[in-house]
Design a protein around this ligand. Structure first.
Ligand SMILES: *[C@@H]1O[C@H](CO)[C@@H](O)[C@H](O)[C@H]1NC(C)=O
Ligand SMILES: *[C@@H]1O[C@H](CO)[C@@H](O)[C@H](O)[C@H]1NC(C)=O
Ligand SMILES: *[C@@H]1O[C@H](CO)[C@@H](O)[C@H](O)[C@H]1NC(C)=O
Ligand SMILES: *[C@@H]1O[C@H](CO)[C@@H](O)[C@H](O)[C@H]1NC(C)=O
Ligand SMILES: *[C@@H]1O[C@H](CO)[C@@H](O)[C@H](O)[C@H]1NC(C)=O
Length: 340
């Protein structure tokens, strides 16, 4: 029930993300025997390191209406900087992307926030984010994700996502090209991944876009638990031939080879999520992805029935009015790195 209602809400959450309208067709569920993880035994080399001012210079600030229906006004780079919603901490070079926590807005009104997109796009590799704080609290909906053009044709990969007081991180793939992209897990293959499957079919359309989600089991992977643990690292390994793997590492558990910038994920612990290429044609479904970091408020997911079921007080519309609710609604990012 819990997972189902969450799926339903996740489905709603992305319905307006799309540009193209696509007719919804019956899903063909594709079930297979899971196979062992086969990530290549390879040490990755850094391609792009985004740190400090790079987020202002090499990522674009999205200023359109929030496609997920949130109560936010996404700010331009110059406005975000002059309002103190996007800046670099001199002491440690970390980048802050914040929600306005000083203005009073009307109930159901829109609060200033930030959504940035990498100028570069990618077709595979190891994607890493190190953050010491993520936006938290009732009504917030933060996400770090990647997406290709003409949604959902080129797919979407949600690496960090959740709403309100959600206890653990939710990772999701959305495929749009082939209807037979799925995730499989059985108890006999415990080495695959540690997370809980929320939905097996990744195929997404405008009207059916829950995707194939996996929920992390570690409360340090999201929200207050993440921030209280001084944050940590999330990694996506996108490998066309083996599949998509995702890890969360609490700060004390970050692999030494990653800290040394010479990561070999085949030596890492079991991932939190793994989507095998045996049950999803990775290169057909995922291409030309840009990375996105955003925080929205309320909207299709956080503001729907998830709001009260999260134990949040009153209504999401009232919550957005009160600036003090957003003091901790900020990303503090040490770096984003892409390795090949
Ligand atoms: C990876 O390759 C190295 C060097 O060839 C080898 O020593 C190691 O055993 C391999 N590890 C795995 C998990 O295959
Ligand atoms: C801070 O980030 C910039 C890139 O924006 C980089 O050139 C610089 O080396 C970083 N400084 C430190 C101390 O890490
Ligand atoms: C895996 O084990 C759990 C707990 O024992 C059980 O509820 C679930 O049905 C099992 N799943 C499969 C696919 O066997
Ligand atoms: C993975 O697939 C994409 C999409 O087809 C392709 O552009 C990319 O070159 C592939 N990556 C590798 C390393 O082969
Ligand atoms: C604003 O939010 C704070 C913290 O949640 C709460 O203590 C305060 O009563 C709220 N103020 C109003 C006017 O709702």
């Amino acid at each position: 029930m819990h997972a189902l209602s969450k799926l339903f809400l996740a489905a709603l959450s992305l319905t307006t993300l799309v540009g193209a309208h696509r007719q919804s067709r019956a899903h063909s569920r594709h079930r297979r025997t899971p196979v062992r993880r086969q990530s290549s035994n390879k040490t990755y080399t850094i391609q792009d390191l985004y740190q400090g001012q790079d987020f202002m210079n090499e990522w674009d600030f999205f200023t359109g209406t929030d496609p997920t229906g949130g109560n936010v006004n996404y700010q331009s780079k110059s406005d975000a900087q002059s309002k103190g919603l996007a800046y670099v901490n001199d002491c440690d070079n970390s980048t802050v992307l914040a929600v306005d926590s000083t203005s009073t807005v009307a109930s159901g009104g829109k609060r200033d926030s930030v959504r940035i997109t990498s100028q570069k796009s990618y077709n595979s590799g190891l994607f890493v984010i190190d953050a010491s704080n993520m936006p938290v609290g009732c009504s917030t909906w933060p996400s770090f994700w990647t997406v290709g053009p003409n949604w959902p044709s080129a797919g979407e990969i949600d690496i960090i996502e959740g709403v309100n007081n959600q206890a653990t991180n939710q990772m999701t793939l959305h495929s749009g090209t082939s209807q037979s992209c799925s995730i499989a897990k059985s108890n006999s293959s415990t080495d695959h991944f540690t997370g809980q499957v929320l939905g097996t079919n990744c195929y997404s359309t405008q009207n059916a876009d829950a995707g194939c989600g996996v929920e992390d089991t570690d409360t340090r992977s999201f929200g207050y638990g993440f921030n209280n643990a001084e944050g940590g690292v999330f990694a996506l390994l996108w490998d066309n031939s083996s599949g998509m793997s995702m890890w969360h590492f609490a700060r004390a558990d970050i692999p030494a080879d990653l800290i040394a910038q010479s990561p070999n994920p085949s030596t890492w612990t079991t991932p939190a999520g793994f989507w095998s290429a045996q049950s999803c044609d990775i290169s057909a479904n995922f291409y030309d992805h840009q990375m996105v970091i955003d925080t929205t408020i309320c909207g299709n997911w956080a503001g729907g029935s998830a709001y009260s079921s999260s134990g949040c007080p009153g209504t999401c519309s009232d919550m957005v009015a009160n600036a003090t609710n957003y003091v901790d609604a900020k990303w503090v990012i040490n770096y984003v790195a892409v390795y090949q």
